[in-house]
Design a binder for this molecule. Structure first.
Ligand code: FE2
Ligand code: FE2
Length: 376
């Protein structure tokens, strides 16, 4: 691309690849960041989105021939790029009075946007790096396409944040945020789940607001349908990657899958309950929301996981609540520098997590073909 063409890509939504998306005007503007937003995005706690790195050579060595037919179909659909140009403001975007917003809601909603933006960008960085390091054309093509989508998503959230006078400095994050190393199989479990749970979360909010438009307090929710379809497709790709090697979902790895399911679900539960004003503004009961998202994600994940969690077990909700309360107390004790209270709360959180993890799971027979459509 020459200079003139480069200048033509004014918005990440219109970019055809990840490099152009990151070069686009709305990304460059994000460099003029607000320190506080970037500081929030830099946090590495159990509950904040992380950046990942992996064994890129092992990933590059994957042979997709066992799933060739489904693979080619998925890649063709991603290449056709139905959402090109979608992730930017248009006539449907109403101006929001950020200054007039209830301060609690404003704080929680901002936190939601920053953490979503960080999560999108974390996917972008990982996928882009895989594309850069790989030689296997199947793999690099997929990761290039997914990085493109995530760059658009993150860019769009930053557009929304900028209206509130804040933006996350994504260049700074790339360079300075700590990267956690995961073996490829753990990247598969974690990323597959985060894509599918992302789909389930966004579609649940979108459908709820279709029925209750009076609760749509910000225009970004109107974009969630196409958005979650992107995430659904990314999840499909990871399902196929896992299908290339049956060992990834057997034996000891089934236990790892159970661990990741429990960790991802309970993290979501705890994090969402930290935003009561946000959920109240949406007219969403976080308990209902969690169960609805878990049900969808469990149903979808039967395409590739050999088990699902028993989310109707009497110990499930009880211990999610216990974990959440322990987390509130832990944050409180941390703030006040109370060491004993802190240790006690940590122990309670650990016990609750073990109680969740030891609920017997439900066995699942994985179908021959993985492919699913977003039907919710
Ligand atoms: Fe995304
Ligand atoms: Fe995604």
């Amino acid at each position: 691309m020459n200079k003139v063409e480069q200048a033509a890509v004014a918005h990440s939504a219109d970019a055809g690849n990840v490099e152009d998306a990151l070069d686009a005007g709305n990304y460059r503007q994000a460099v003029i960041d607000s320190e506080s937003a970037t500081a929030v995005a830099m946090q590495n706690t159990l509950l904040t989105p992380r950046f990942y790195t992996t064994d890129f050579d092992a990933l590059d060595a994957i042979d997709v021939s066992p799933v060739r037919e489904e693979w080619d179909r998925l890649i063709a659909r991603m290449k056709s790029d139905p959402n090109k140009g979608h992730f930017k403001k248009n006539a449907d975007w109403e101006q929001i009075d950020w200054d007039g917003m209830d301060p609690k809601l404003r704080a929680e909603f901002t936190d939601f946007l920053i953490s979503s933006c960080t999560a999108e960008f974390s996917g972008c960085v990982l996928y882009k790096e895989m594309k850069r390091r790989g030689k296997n054309e199947d793999i690099t093509t997929l990761f290039q396409l997914m990085a493109r989508d995530e760059a658009r998503h993150a860019g769009f959230i930053n557009d929304a944040l900028r209206e509130a006078g804040i933006a996350v400095n994504l260049t700074f994050l790339t360079e300075k945020k700590k990267y956690t190393f995961f073996q490829p199989k753990f990247i598969f479990y974690a990323t597959y789940l985060s894509e599918k749970i992302g789909y389930a979360r966004y579609i649940t909010i979108f459908r709820h607001l279709q029925k209750n438009p009076q609760h749509r307090f910000h225009p970004i929710f109107k974009w969630f349908e196409e958005w979650c379809n992107d995430e659904f497709g990314h999840g499909e790709a990871f399902a196929l990657l896992m299908k290339t090697d049956p060992r990834l979902t057997r034996g000891i790895n089934a236990l790892w899958i159970k661990f990741f399911l429990t960790a991802v679900y309970s993290t979501m539960f705890v994090r969402d309950h930290q935003r009561p004003a946000f959920h109240q503004a949406l007219g969403i009961d976080p308990d209902w929301f969690a169960q609805s998202v878990f049900t969808k994600t469990s149903e979808i994940s039967r395409q590739v996981f050999p088990l699902t969690l028993d989310i109707d077990h009497p110990r499930w909700k009880k211990n999610l609540k216990a974990l959440q309360r322990a987390n509130v107390d832990l944050a409180e004790a941390r703030k006040n520098g109370r060491l004993i209270k802190r240790l006690f709360a940590s122990a309670r959180a650990g016990l609750a997590f073990v109680a969740l993890l030891t609920i017997p799971s439900i066995r699942n027979k994985v179908p021959e073909r993985t492919r699913l459509e977003p039907v919710y």
